[in-house]
Each structure stands twice: as C-alpha cells, then as structure tokens.
Design a binder for this molecule. Structure first.
Ligand SMILES: C[S@@+](CC[C@H](N)C(=O)[O-])C[C@H]1O[C@@H](n2cnc3c(N)ncnc32)[C@H](O)[C@@H]1O
Length: 291
C-alpha cells in the first residue's frame, strides 16, 4: 500500500486526505475504548486487529485495498452485468455511479460515459433501489437512518448523496471501522458533515452522519425511521442482535437487512414484520429482509 501524500486529489467538498490521515491515529485512540467485547465475533476481532496494525500510525492512500476491507466489502466484478442494468434503468442521476478516488478503490469504466464506477458502488445502489421497489418507500421518506455495520461508509455516502434532504444518519460499528468511516466520509464530504462520537451519552447531531463505536450503542439516544444492516448484524454476536431487537430496531418502522437465506437470525427479523426477497440468481442463497 502507498503512503499518503499531497498528490492525492481533494474530492469536491472534501478535506485533504493527507491532512485527515495525519489525524487518524488520534481518532483511533479516542474510540478504541468504546467497544463491547460481547458484541464482536472472533473473526471480526481478528480483521479489526489486522486493520488497526496496518493503518496506524498513518493510513496509506489506498487503504480500501486492505484485505479486511477489500475482501469483505468489494464484491466481485462478475456481479456488474446483473446489477448495473437494473441500477441504470432506475437512476435519474448517473453521476451517483461515479466513484470517489478516496482510498484507491478498484474501479471500472462506466460504459457510454467518461465516468469510472466500482462493483461496490453498483452493489450498494442496487440494495437501495431494490428496497425502494419492494417497499414502495423512498430513502427520502426517512429523516433518521440507522445503519449497523457500515463497512467503510459506502452505503451511507450514497444515501447522503441521493437523499433530497439532510438526513440524520447514525452508523454503529466497531471502533476501528468507525475511525475508517470518519477518514473516508470526511475526505468525501468534508468534516462539517461528519461526527465521530467518543463519549456517552450520544445525542446524534441532526443533518449529519454520526459515527458511533458499538461500545456507545446502549448510550445512544436515537429514534430511527429506517434501520439498515447488510451482512453485518447477523455477523455480530447474539448479545448485539438481542439488544437491537430489544430496542425495537432503534424505533424504526422500516427495515432493510441482507444476509444468507439460511441465517438463523432471519426469524427474528421476520417477527418484526419483514418479508424476504432473494437478492437474485446471480447471488444464490442471499436474501434481503424488508418492511
Ligand atoms: C461484511 S461487512 C458488510 C459491510 C457493509 N454493510 C456492506 O454490505 O458492504 C460487515 C460489517 O459489520 C461490521 N461489524 C462486525 N461486527 C460488528 C459488531 N459486533 N457490531 C457492529 N458492526 C460490526 C464490520 O466492521 C463491517 O462494517
């Protein structure tokens, strides 16, 4: 992976990556204690340790290529022929497909344009559009959106970019991923849109993307309209799932979850009124659960 330098372009509206990268270690130190060990599965403990080891003290410019991110969050480009036509047929603004250069993601040309996109951006837009089609709701209907396990922030970036208003967003994740989301989303949008919380109680700031390490989840005061967790809450320990169910999905009356169709957590999500939809023949065995 490469070292940060000032040759990286600053995305429109974003802060300099090099300057944010210099402050990354202090952000990691602030959130590191904010973890609930009962929530995190051993495989994620391992990925988090490797990510922290390799991103400190200063993350490289191509930090999205780290195996804990690249292998977990960038789907294979073989999905593109299945998902891209669906997405293009429904998007009115194709600029949403343009991939920010932040983090050095693997990209592909978007046919018929001079844009570059990524399999991950197409995949995340596919989730949002399938949710809208299945539920008859629009993402814009939700003023407060909570995501559990947001990866490096790809889905929330698209929600903010596509939303017609200024939604209040909360992403719960493990501390190192909350710090990575801070780095990525600040570089894309600028620091004024992003808040990384490190003390209880957490009162999300309206109209911002609030990044909350999971040790502070129980002390977070939020009343969501939409709760999202794609391949994440089901990858958390039983205590985390139980706490989210007990909190009634942070008050959300609309849900979008994705997981393997045989995941035992399916029943708890169905009990909240969600129905299952297969993702598609091109991704066998995977389902969305929506309401
Ligand atoms: C497979 S990735 C999916 C990321 C993203 N939702 C996507 O679809 O690309 C799982 C996500 O869940 C997060 N995660 C793992 N264990 C977690 C826990 N106990 N609490 C919250 N997030 C967790 C990971 O850090 C990561 O962001």
């Amino acid at each position: 992976m490469r070292s940060p330098d000032d040759r990286q372009p600053v995305p429109r509206g974003g802060s300099s990556f090099a300057e944010l990268a210099q402050r990354f270690a202090e952000r990691v130190a602030a959130v590191r204690p904010c973890v609930d060990a009962q929530y995190v599965r051993p495989d994620w403990v391992q990925r988090n340790a490797e990510l922290e080891r390799d991103l400190l003290p200063v993350p490289p410019v191509d930090f999205l290529r780290h195996p804990s991110i690249a292998f977990q969050m960038f789907v294979n480009e073989r999905l593109l022929p299945h998902e891209l036509p669906y997405v293009r047929a429904r998007l009115t603004d194709e600029s949403l497909l343009a991939e920010p250069s932040v983090g050095g993601p693997p990209t592909v040309p978007l046919p018929g344009t001079d844009l570059r996109t990524s399999s991950n951006t197409v995949h995340q837009l596919f989730h949002l559009l399938r949710y809208e089609e299945a539920t008859g709701r629009r993402i814009d209907d939700a003023a407060t959106i909570v995501e559990w396990g947001g990866g490096f922030g790809a889905l929330m970036r698209l929600i903010v970019a596509r939303h017609g208003g200024e939604p209040t967003c909360v992403i719960f994740d493990t501390p190192i991923f909350s710090a990575v989301q801070w780095l990525y989303l600040c570089a894309v949008f600028g620091e004024e849109r992003i808040v990384l919380h490190d003390t209880a109680p957490v009162r999300p700031i309206r109209g911002r993307v609030n990044l909350v390490p999971i040790g502070l989840a129980g002390a977070t005061e939020v009343d969501a309209d939409l709760f999202i967790s794609n391949w994440a809450l089901n990858e958390s320990m039983p205590k985390a799932k139980q706490d989210v169910v007990d909190r009634r999905w942070f008050g959300a009356d609309s849900l979008l979850l994705a997981m393997h169709a045989e995941d035992p957590f399916t029943e708890a999500v169905r009990a909240a009124g969600a129905r299952a939809l297969p993702v598609g023949d091109f991704l066998p065995g995977q389902q969305y659960l929506v309401t």
